[in-house]
Design a protein around this ligand. Structure first.
Ligand SMILES: NC(=O)C1=CN([C@@H]2O[C@H](COP(=O)(O)OP(=O)(O)OC[C@H]3O[C@@H](n4cnc5c(N)ncnc54)[C@H](OP(=O)(O)O)[C@@H]3O)[C@@H](O)[C@H]2O)C=CC1
Ligand SMILES: O=CCCC(=O)O
Length: 297
């Protein structure tokens, strides 16, 4: 199977590498060309524009940072729309909102192409290991055609119906995850300030009803103050923002998510946006610092 792949960031690089490893012929494109070099060493071809990828490949997959990137690669100069036509398909796996996905779907359908949104749950390591959870929605026939690629990139694929449902499911999941990360950070700070050993808190959590892979994976590195990016904080804040907008649309009150979003915004303003989203812990530490609080009084 020959596929195109747009966007070779943390996720796109790992996902396209998996496709290559499993015998797919892959043509890649990335805005910053240098990120394609490693893929080429592993057998990928490079295209100069997204349009060229679509011209060459029946199936094109994208993994881009946010709605603005997703839209520009489709509607911009040398974008997807210049080459999409009957018989060509586009699968956007980026995390965006339902409106963005719907705009892309409409434009592609108008030109006779097929569209599937397919955001993923799981981060850098699951992407490297082909263990993502794929949340697909849109053209059912296309979903069935690309299952061989999904099976290489993920451990489980869901088909969720009409375009928008994949985006919404992904935003709900990440809204919960972002809120959990904030509660976890506050717990670690509270434990430390109360004279408890944060590493013991991790052991206690891991044996109880709220044990989970995220606390297990991130806890030890957070305590060390290490936040090497697997899921960049700026993307988590984007997801909180988009989830809160979904809450606005559906009149869903989400005070916990709103507070978590503020903490991620604060972290971005402290220059932590390119670190892992666990770096919100540093923000919680700063906000809770007793000396700082007494200065403010
Ligand atoms: N990292 C994670 O754990 C997960 C991330 N996601 C989602 O996957 C998507 C990608 O995430 P991730 O790989 O971590 O992000 P990165 O920041 O590592 O990569 C972002 C990619 O988008 C490209 N890009 C950004 N802006 C534009 C633009 N205007 N035009 C064209 N290309 C652009 C970047 O190109 P360039 O190299 O030139 O900057 C890069 O290829 C995001 O939507 C994220 O929310 C989903 C699940 C997990
Ligand atoms: O969107 C990013 C999700 C990260 C994860 O599921 O661990």
């Amino acid at each position: 199977m020959e596929v195109g792949f747009l966007g070779l960031g943390i996720m796109g690089k790992a996902m396209s590498m998996n496709l290559l490893r499993h015998g797919f012929k892959v043509t890649v494109w990335n805005r910053t060309l240098s990120k394609s070099h490693e893929l080429v060493e592993h057998g990928a071809s490079v295209a100069e524009t997204p349009a060229e990828v679509v011209r060459k490949c029946k199936y094109t997959i994208a993994m881009l940072s946010d709605p603005s990137a997703a839209l520009s690669v489709v509607f911009g100069k040398d974008g997807i729309l210049e080459q999409i036509c009957a018989g060509k398909s586009y699968v956007d796996m980026s995390t965006v909102d339902a409106d963005t996905s719907s705009k892309i779907n409409e434009a592609i359908k108008e030109r006779g192409g097929y569209f599937l949104e397919a955001p993923v749950s799981g981060s850098k390591k699951p992407a490297e290991d082909g263990q993502l959870v794929i949340l697909a929605a849109g053209e059912k026939a296309l979903y069935e055609e690309v299952i061989p690629a999904f099976n290489v990139m993920g451990k489980k694929s869901f088909y969720l119906g009409q375009v928008g449902n994949g985006a919404k499911m992904k935003l709900v999941v990440n809204m919960i995850m972002g809120s959990m990360m904030n509660a976890f950070s506050e717990g670690l700070v509270l434990a430390g300030r109360s004279g408890l050993e944060p590493s013991v808190l991790l052991d206690v959590l891991d044996l109880g009803g709220i044990a989970n892979p995220m606390f297990r994976l991130k806890g030890p590195t957070m305590i060390q103050g290490s936040h090497s990016p697997a899921f960049p904080l700026k993307h988590q804040q984007k997801d909180m923002r988009l989830a809160l907008a979904l809450g606005d649309e559906t009149a869903t009150s989400m005070p916990v998510a709103a507070a978590a979003n503020e903490a991620f915004k604060k972290a971005r303003s402290m220059g932590l946006g390119d670190l892992d989203f666990s770096a919100v812990y540093e923000t919680v530490k700063t906000l809770e610092e007793p000396s700082r609080n007494s200065q403010l009084r």
